[in-house]
Design a protein around this ligand. Structure first.
Ligand SMILES: Cc1cc2nc3c(=O)[nH]c(=O)nc-3n(C[C@H](O)[C@H](O)[C@H](O)COP(=O)(O)O)c2cc1C
Length: 191
């Protein structure tokens, strides 16, 4: 089983990336296959708003979004991580979310059976960012509230988060909780 994390920070050595690493390392320690995709290391342009995606077999934009979305689709568990930029998610994460519209309009569902969200702010806007990430995670997976676990906290310069032991521990707990959800029998009633 695989957990795939999508990170919206442009800083590969940043705080969000560090917390995502903690979560994934814990999941890997418990036997999961894991992968982290830093959106800032790839080309993911904003949706161009044709609104007629279903008439095309592939997104008209030739960039990295299609293969990243495919990894996102096939993951058993997904993690979305973003720093807070002007009180919400980064432009990189928003572009990725909007590009999911292609899957949505083609009726392509994610496999994910649980999700995690991780948000980091310098000082303000954490609540809204956490809410935005959770809303997207739930929208694309149709998962109930309790199957989406979230961690958020404060840090500013790259690496600041490394001295926040409780937050690192929360991130590891998020990874552990996702493994638990993926490996325990599903008791969610089928509609
Ligand atoms: C363009 C920009 C906008 C930001 N806006 C906010 C903000 O609204 N609220 C806040 O608390 N921090 C804000 N920050 C600070 C980042 O959230 C903070 O540095 C965070 O640790 C960055 O995460 P990263 O290391 O994963 O990239 C902003 C930083 C940048 C570069």
């Amino acid at each position: 089983m695989k957990i795939t994390a999508i990170v919206g920070s442009p800083r590969s050595n940043g705080n969000t990336s560090c917390l995502v690493d903690e979560a994934l390392q814990e999941a890997a320690r418990q036997g999961m296959e894991t992968e982290k995709i830093m959106l800032g290391e790839h080309r993911v342009g904003p949706c161009l708003g044709h609104q007629d995606c279903p008439s095309f077999p592939e997104c008209l934009q030739r960039d990295d979004a299609p293969w990243i979305l495919e990894k996102f689709r096939e993951a058993d568990g997904i993690i979305l991580g973003s720093p807070v930029y002007y009180y919400t998610i980064t432009a990189q994460m928003k572009a990725f979310i909007d590009r999911h519209y292609f899957l949505y309009t083609h009726g392509i569902l994610l496999k994910s059976r649980c999700a995690g969200t991780i948000a980091v702010a310098g000082g303000a806007g954490l609540e809204r960012t956490d809410r935005d990430l959770r809303r997207f995670a739930r929208m694309v997976t149709s998962l109930p509230e309790e199957k989406v676990v979230s961690v958020s906290g404060y840090a500013s310069k790259p690496g600041d988060v490394k001295s926040n032991t409780p937050l690192l521990e929360e991130a590891r707990a998020l990874g552990a909780r996702m493994v638990e959800m993926l490996t325990s029998p599903d008791t969610t009633p089928t509609p």
